[in-house]
Design a protein around this ligand. Sequence first.
Ligand code: FAD
Ligand code: MLT
Ligand code: ZN
Length: 475
Amino acid sequence: MNATLAPSLLETLATLLGPRGFTTDPADMAPWLTDWRGRVTGAAAALLSPAHPGEVQAIVRLAGQARVPIVPQGGNTSMVAGATPDKSGQALILSTRRMRAIRSLSAGDNVAVAEAGVILSDLHDAAEAQGRRFPLSLAAKGSATIGGLVSTNAGGTQVLRFGTMRALVLGIEAVLPSGDLFDGLTALRKDNRGYDLRQLLAGAEGTLGIITAASLRLVPAAAARAVAWVGLAETEAALALLRRLEARLGDTIESFEIVPAEALRLVLAHVPGARAPLETRHAWNLLIEVTAPEGAPDPQDALTAALGDAIEAGLAQDATIAASEAQAEALWKLRESISEAERADGMAAKHDVALPVSAMPRFLIEGAAEVERRFPGVRVLAFGHLGDGNVHFNVRPPIGANDRAWLESDGGAISAFVHDLVGAEGGSLSAEHGIGQTKLAEFVRTASPARLGALKAIKAALDPAGIMNPGKLLP
Ligand code: FAD
Ligand code: MLT
Ligand code: ZN
């Protein structure tokens, strides 16, 4: 694609969007040119912040005529630099920060219609205020936006019970690369009119269009929740405990997160006020959340009894159950601070891998041992969503190494090694973060020709000029 960024294009956009919607000021743009992990920095011709879908359509039409790339951006919390422009300076960042209305929220229909720039925690609050809840959460909930969450088919800490973002999106409004507005917002539970564009745009990482709003499934607010932190000696016990709890508590288990001792140590070292939840250090820890609707037995009692039996049976070494909301929040803060603590500790070769759940306990031990044997001195930090078979299998540099230089020199070989181990188990190199640009080479290396060919054909059909987030998801 030959991007020709005529000065007149920028003038036209500046006039169209006004000072609140258009800037080329380097200081204004700088925070949005680097990915959250600080790994990739790009450049942009302008930062555009349209106020409504009509302005998005005008931008897309103008960029299409000029064949200028657009990088859609929400909260810029992507873990694969999916919202970071390349270094050419030709791209336009299209931020959804000004499209932040919750257009409707119906407790009767259990549906919310949120614009793309709505921040996840704001949707949580709006739903709670009406006795409902949007059952997807993640540590970036204070920054991640609905548009980004849909676009990456985000997962988070409640997938075990409610699935990923795809399972929660009922409809999508989006501006397609043609500039047309796809008016797919619906509260209908059934709608069989041809290919499912909603599911095509979900997980497309901004490469097939700009999501401007989504209708989202809500569930009743939980009447009560029980949150426990459990200490274990080894990972097989974690899976045995999950199955044991499921037998006793059914699908009321909403979160089942695994945390190695080293992750907890990092959090305690880098997060002010963080306190160790158990007396002694355990090689592995679990954060478990169970909820209950109105009128159901108290989850606190059920979880206490189940964990007591698990300790009796030698599955768990120790456990504590939050006695208040404040204590529950403090336990969650330990889990949700791992990424920040890891970032404070330096660069890492990050892997967001999915495996059959039953393979994960062994992989956490044997996979880590193989990586540390093959790359002497590196340290694996593996944590995350054990319940749904997704773990963040991050590899940190040898102590004392220059982390950026190490990542540049060794990161590629390490990721290829990890992804081949995952592939041998029938797993995926991307469970929830998407491909973006940091996983693109590995995706191309490991994907089948049939998969890549089909994705490229869809991309060519919808975005023939290739203006939508080029260099992400597909070469
Ligand atoms: P951005 O980072 O701005 O963009 C993400 C992608 O979506 C980019 O490709 C961008 O081009 C595209 N995009 C953004 N908005 C639109 C739009 N309106 N239309 C079309 N494309 C768009 N992810 C998980 O899945 N699970 C987790 O548990 C999790 N935990 C995290 C914890 C931390 C501390 C951080 C920093 C990130 C975490 N993430 C997690 C990753 C990240 O939060 C998700 O990928 C999230 O969906 C990104 O939302 P965002 O609004 O920040 O999108
Ligand atoms: C998480 O589960 O905390 C995230 O996906 C972030 C990460 O991978 O660091
Ligand atoms: Zn995660």
